[in-house]
Design a protein around this ligand. Structure first.
Ligand SMILES: C[S@@+](CC[C@H](N)C(=O)[O-])C[C@H]1O[C@@H](n2cnc3c(N)ncnc32)[C@H](O)[C@@H]1O
Ligand SMILES: [Zn+2]
Length: 398
């Protein structure tokens, strides 16, 4: 087991420190503290541009802020590449997707006269274009509907990233691939890392709200198969609950690994295939639900969550709090119940929506995980289960 004491490099990059983190002011109380933004933001956005490159040609971007945007904290503008591609910055987030303008019609309407006459179009030969689009739409809906940080998810994050713990983060530059509504990037930033969150879907808007006022969080809307970062720029990268939803999960994993510097760390969490019967039953149901309209998916998810809650989670929760019974319940209870017992119904409902609506789900055994780590040439690897429902995999770049 790799211990957190020797994971990756320690804090060695003075230029990666920033006053708020070292003075311990970033945290729960940073949320919504608009007053601190003006004094801190100017060091954030230009740094993000240093790490970016055009995913299609590898070139640097030139920045064109729109009038009204603070040049040091750009709210709206364009990123231009010498290959001719142009990408919008909308609500302070670079949108580096082939169809970025089509997705942000409001931006196009407001700035039509500043935009190129012909907009870049998605490549029709793009492999898996339909799967990527339907996954984006499903999660865009999910994480804007279930966007609230109902709890701070600290323990949840620590559970997914073991053997890494909070001592790993201070002073490092990290990537959260598929940041969803921002629960994990929020904690990674709170633990002291400077973080870049990437998500392909509208979920990124929820991360923006949930990390508002945190000067050490940067966001980019992008696709894992066209990541807009310089190779080796990050000290670490993680992806929690994302890769198994992609059309080519291992390829996506390799893309993420390539962004981490030699000696840097990569950690992921994916679904396990240990619950063969349950997974088979779920996939049979999903054959119908993934093809159903969103309101039907929402209704069925609510029903699934309500049954799960009343038959399993609530009784476990009750039993675990009864003095005589509690220790036994905690010892024999399945890992998933221990997790859900800590959260409100909303989290269970969101996970049921994920289960029934996400277009793609892959399940893995330990051998498959081992193969991923080996083929990515990672050192100091560990693989550990989270109950029967998932695998954590960790490695360092050689
Ligand atoms: C199950 S959610 C997990 C969110 C977050 N990691 C968490 O654990 O709360 C999967 C996320 O991956 C994002 N995603 C899906 N396909 C992607 C792609 N091709 N590139 C980047 N992000 C993607 C989705 O938009 C969604 O927010
Ligand atoms: Zn380019």
């Amino acid at each position: 087991m790799v211990g957190a004491g020797h994971l990756g490099r320690g804090v060695d990059a003075d230029d990666r420190r920033w006053s708020l983190v070292t003075s311990g002011r970033v945290g729960l109380d940073a949320l919504g503290r608009a007053a601190t933004l003006s004094e801190t933001c100017e060091r954030v956005k230009p740094r993000l541009l240093d790490w970016l490159q055009c995913p299609w040609c590898g070139g640097s971007f030139s920045l064109e802020p729109f009038p009204g945007s603070d040049p040091a904290d750009i709210d709206e503008g364009l990123l231009r590449c010498s290959c001719g591609r142009v990408f919008p910055i909308v609500r302070g987030i670079p949108r580096i997707l082939a169809d970025a303008f089509a997705l942000h019609g409001d931006f196009v309407a407001r700035h039509r006269d500043r935009l190129p006459a012909s907009m870049p179009q998605p490549d029709s030969a793009e492999p898996h274009a339909d799967a990527i689009r339907s996954t984006r739409e499903s999660f865009g809906y999910q994480w804007t509907r279930f966007s609230e940080m109902v709890v701070d998810f600290r323990e949840n994050f620590l559970q997914y990233i073991s053997p890494v713990d909070e001592r790993f983060f201070p002073g490092k530059l990290g990537l959260d691939l598929g940041c969803g509504f921002g629960r994990h990037i929020y904690n990674a930033a709170r633990f002291g890392a400077e973080m870049v969150g990437v998500d392909i879907s509208e979920a990124i808007e929820s991360t923006r709200v949930n990390t508002q006022g945190m000067p050490n969080v940067h966001l980019v809307q992008a696709d894992v198969y066209h990541l807009p970062f310089r190779p080796g720029v990050f000290d670490f990268a993680y992806s929690i609950g994302v890769l198994h939803h992609l059309p080519e999960p291992e390829t996506a994993f390799q893309r993420v690994v390539s962004l981490v510097r030699p000696g840097g760390s990569v950690f992921i969490w994916v679904y396990s295939n240990s619950r063969r019967f349950l997974n088979f039953a779920l996939e049979s149901v999903r054959a119908v639900t993934t093809r159903s309209p969103t309101p039907v998916q929402q209704f069925l998810s609510f029903v699934g969550a309500a049954i799960d809650w009343s038959v399993f989670i609530a009784p476990y929760r009750l039993a675990s709090r009864v003095p005589a019974l509690g220790a036994l319940a905690r010892r024999v209870g399945p890992a998933r119940l221990k997790v859900y017992a800590e959260y409100p119904f909303q989290v269970v409902y969101a996970d049921w929506f994920d289960r029934l609506a996400a277009p793609i789900r892959f399940y893995y055994d330990e051998r498959a995980m081992r193969g991923w780590l080996e083929r990515a040439h990672l050192d100091r690897t560990t693989i550990s289960p989270t109950g029967l429902f998932g695998w954590r995999a960790y490695g360092e770049r050689s």
